[in-house]
Design a protein around this ligand. Structure first.
Ligand SMILES: Cc1ncc(COP(=O)(O)O)c(C=O)c1O
Length: 394
């Protein structure tokens, strides 16, 4: 068994990494510990690194086909983890989930069509809709007693009122860390089917689930939603290989699949990258144990952070995530979002993301990425406490 050490601090600066090398651009200064974009400060597993090394040693990187093994390891993984039997013919390779969302919007809707999202939500959902000149309709999540739930009445009303053509579901939901229950998913799928709304399900975080929570692929609930949905998966979050770009769209409906593939053909990015394929296969083939260790480590970091906010930052409210390594922290009772952002960046030198970028109902919250070695996490939390104290916030 390899020596897995998530405590090890690895310098990421000067690797063209968005998280650590774009600080001036994102936070206006270099001296920041970044806890924003959703990738991890951990090395990938030895199996992934070895597979990439073996491929690079070969030294020829010509045009590459998608191998049978690529499909097999993915199909096996999704069945083993989520009990969904995917057929190879339902799979279309896309470089990333966000590019996949764009392809789906472009394929199945037209300009000015209304697309529904549930806020607060991963902010590129707003951009992909706007950039393609479609309209955003929001179904704000209900926030009560520090728990989020779906406003189904509003969901159905908005769909009918705005003649919504597509819904983009985020499950598990970023930034609130919610793993939607089977009951919630059945209600969503029934509403979509009854109102002729195509459901796009972004399940990129589905392997980062804690304790007794269980991820349900929405398309596996029944035949109707299977035929009326596109689901996206990727090993990029789970195995920290977002820079390698390999993801899949799952489209069981033959006609929808054909339309999607025609779009891919038109815009010309249908071929897999020689290195991504190796990492993808190694991740799904050998990654199970590594992932077990990772989840344990992430859960420890989550517990440390929750304890810290509960004990040291009075009037903060932090949600225990059921999935993802992103913490959603309500600091509304402490000061304005602007004031807190200023203190975090200019006094604590910590780069979190302010909630308002996830939708106006996220204002006053902050999203913190805890997928970092404990030493970095603990130092960051300490700096937050000191800066809040000195700034008179606590
Ligand atoms: C919900 C969700 N979808 C998609 C992505 C990004 O996907 P990709 O890098 O494959 O485009 C992220 C990254 O944080 C995410 O949280």
């Amino acid at each position: 068994m390899e020596n897995i050490n998530f405590d090890k601090i690895i310098e990421r600066k000067n690797t063209n990494c968005i998280k650590w090398d774009n600080l001036e651009q994102i936070f206006g200064k270099e001296n920041i510990t970044p806890m924003w974009v959703a990738d991890m400060d951990f090395k990938s597993s030895n199996d992934i690194i070895k597979a990439l090394s073996k491929r690079t040693e070969h030294g020829i990187f010509g045009y590459t086909k998608t191998s049978d093994e690529y499909y097999d390891v993915f199909i096996n993984w999704i069945y083993k983890k989520h009990k969904w039997k995917i057929d190879k013919n339902w799979i279309s390779y896309v470089p990333g989930v966000v590019p996949g969302l764009k392809l789906a919007i472009y394929t199945y809707t037209k300009e000015k069509d209304n697309i529904l999202i549930q806020t607060p939500v991963y902010y590129p959902f707003f951009n992909v809709i706007k950039n393609l000149n479609r309209n955003i309709v929001t179904n704000p999540l209900i926030y009560s007693d520090n728990i989020y739930s779906i406003d189904f009445k509003d969901l159905e009303n908005k769909i009918k009122q705005y003649d919504v053509k597509m819904m983009i579901l985020c499950n598990p939901h970023n930034p609130i860390g919610k793993v939607w229950s089977k009951d919630d998913l059945i209600k969503i799928s029934n509403i979509c089917i009854d109102n002729d709304v195509l459901l796009i399900s972004d399940e990129i975080h589905s392997d980062l689930i804690y304790e007794n929570n269980k991820h349900e692929p929405i398309a596996n609930l029944n035949n109707n939603i299977k035929e009326n949905s596109i689901t996206f998966y990727s090993p990029s979050k789970t195995f920290n290989i977002a820079g390698l770009q390999a993801s899949n769209a799952i489209i069981p409906n033959e006609y929808l699949k054909k339309q999607f593939d025609e779009t891919i053909e038109k815009i010309g990015n249908s071929m897999i990258n020689a290195l991504s394929q190796e990492a993808f296969i190694a991740a799904y083939k050998h990654g199970e144990l590594w992932l077990e260790y990772l989840i344990k480590y992430l859960k420890e970091n989550i517990n440390i952070t929750i304890d810290f906010f509960n004990k040291e930052i009075p009037n903060s409210k932090i949600i225990t995530p059921e999935g993802t390594y992103l913490l959603w922290i309500n600091l509304k009772n402490i000061a304005s979002e602007e004031e807190i952002k200023d203190i975090l960046i200019n006094k604590a030198n910590i780069g979190l993301e302010e909630g308002s970028i996830f939708g106006e109902d996220g204002k006053g919250f902050f999203r913190m990425n805890i997928a970092t070695p404990k030493e970095i996490l603990l130092k960051s939390l300490k700096k937050i406490k000191t800066s809040f104290k000195n700034g008179g916030l606590i």
